[in-house]
Design a binder for this molecule. Structure first.
Ligand SMILES: [Zn+2]
Length: 442
């Protein structure tokens, strides 16, 4: 069932409740409250009393769709009656909008009594902008600025992509995925963590199944393509987990995302044109090079995406959907591209490339990039002459971010990349970056 919700502009979003207390409990909790103030802070507050001094108040948080709990000590003055606060600073410990979960308290007094409160739900809302929403059990779309029809068109395209991906690969979606489309660039940038470069056009927090994208309400065409593309990334990356994502070749990741932009799959004319020309001129980019970072040069990036689509399309046509399912399962185990393709398809990356080149009418590749069996080299391929095209910065505990989503076709001079950005916070974030040259700020 789909439903439309228009979220109202409340400054304070929270869940307020009084925890149930047993009459004979030594420690009594009178109030427990969550106040979201995105993207400044989250305030968790509790009031409690006991016959002895309360000496310890700890907040516990569990995020939906995540294993493991967060635990932190609240601030308060030791007394028989306390008001304790845990101030979750989002500048320092960022969480994206849409994150939800449960929180509870562990309170200890000087007599050794302990009280564990009931769990309460919370959700982080970005109430700086007004949202419209369409949801179904697997996916929720939020958009700001556009009409109801704008969101409906994008939502339906995304759901169709999700249906096709699930039908083809059998991948399941256990936790509802959320995509937020920000109409205004300032609102979008203001929603991201402080370390993100201001040229970023989109960001995925795979750990939470959430992606934020800057999609102008005036650019439905972009929203129609970017949303299913990013949703595919979210589904695939959540399916594979951190382990499975490590060995995932970039071309495979982007090829799948490209493949489900349209149902049935289609390559936009500009991509098609570049691919045909590269076949004719024998200037296809070696598949091993596309296993890592894509070029930041717009033309080479477009060709990278076109080839990625083409190889994924070839795998489906030549080997079938069951093999694609098997490939995903193998990546999930943490295996690298060559091992996965050899096991499932009977060829390594070079063998797959040779078969693909033959299928699309390209000449056999003259030069072998490396001997089979060696570890996949980190590509140093990069043709950018534009300093603003630098991928997102390395962040704490992060892998190298990668530009991905391609320049878009239809004569629109858009350089739009999405790439992976790992580990923004200790909780682990894996993300995509969408970039559009015309949207560059500063
Ligand atoms: Zn992508």
């Amino acid at each position: 069932m789909k439903r439309v919700l228009i979220l109202c502009l409340l400054v304070v979003v929270g869940v307020f409740s009084v925890a149930p207390v047993a009459a004979d409990d030594a420690i009594t909790i009178t109030t427990s409250q969550f106040t979201g103030n995105f993207r400044k802070n989250l305030l968790f507050q509790v009031e409690a009393q006991s016959r002895a001094d309360i000496t310890q108040v700890e907040l516990l948080v569990q995020f939906d769709g995540n294993a493991g709990n967060f635990r932190g000590s609240a601030k308060f003055d030791v007394s028989k009656q306390v008001r304790a606060v845990y101030d979750w600073n989002l500048e320092q410990r960022y969480l994206p909008p849409g994150v939800s979960g449960q929180f509870w308290w562990e309170i200890v007094d000087s007599a050794g009594n302990q009280k564990i409160s009931a769990k309460q739900p919370f959700r982080i809302e970005d109430n700086r902008v007004k949202w419209q929403t369409l949801t179904e059990p697997r996916f929720a779309l939020y958009w700001s600025g556009g009409s109801a029809e704008f969101g409906k068109a994008i939502f339906e395209r995304a759901v169709r992509a999700m249906d096709a991906l699930q039908k083809d690969t059998g991948v399941t979606i256990e936790h509802q995925l959320q995509i937020f489309l920000y109409d205004k660039r300032t609102d979008f940038l203001g929603a991201l963590e402080p370390v993100v470069n201001n040229w970023v056009g989109g960001r995925a927090y795979t750990e939470y199944g959430i992606t934020l994208i800057n999609v102008s309400a005036a650019d439905l065409d972009y929203g129609l393509v970017a949303t299913p593309h990013e949703l595919t990334h979210l589904i695939v990356h959540r399916k594979l987990g951190d382990l499975g994502t490590v060995g995932l070749p970039r071309w495979f990741d982007e090829g799948l995302a490209m493949y489900y932009e349209f149902v049935p799959p289609a390559l936009e004319p500009e991509y098609e044109r570049l691919l045909k020309r590269a076949i004719q001129d024998d200037t296809l980019i070696p598949l091993r090079v596309l296993s890592g970072n894509f070029a930041t040069d717009a033309r080479q990036a477009t060709l990278s995406y076109a080839q990625s689509f083409s190889v994924v399309d070839f795998i489906y046509r030549r080997y079938g959907k069951d093999k694609m399912t098997q490939i995903l399962l193998e990546f999930q185990q943490g295996n690298g591209g060559d091992a996965v393709f050899r096991k499932v398809l009977g060829v390594d990356t070079d063998g797959l490339e040779a078969a693909w080149r033959q299928d699309i009418g390209a000449k056999p590749r003259a030069q072998v990039t490396r001997s089979a069996g060696a570890p996949t080299p980190f590509p140093t391929f990069g043709l950018s002459t534009d300093p603003t095209l630098t991928p997102a910065p390395r962040v704490a505990g992060a892998a190298t971010p990668v530009p991905t989503r391609a320049p878009r076709a239809s004569g629109n001079p858009i350089s739009q990349f999405c790439g992976s950005v790992f580990g923004v916070i200790a909780l682990g974030v894996l993300g995509s970056v969408l970039y559009r040259r015309r949207a560059v700020v500063g």
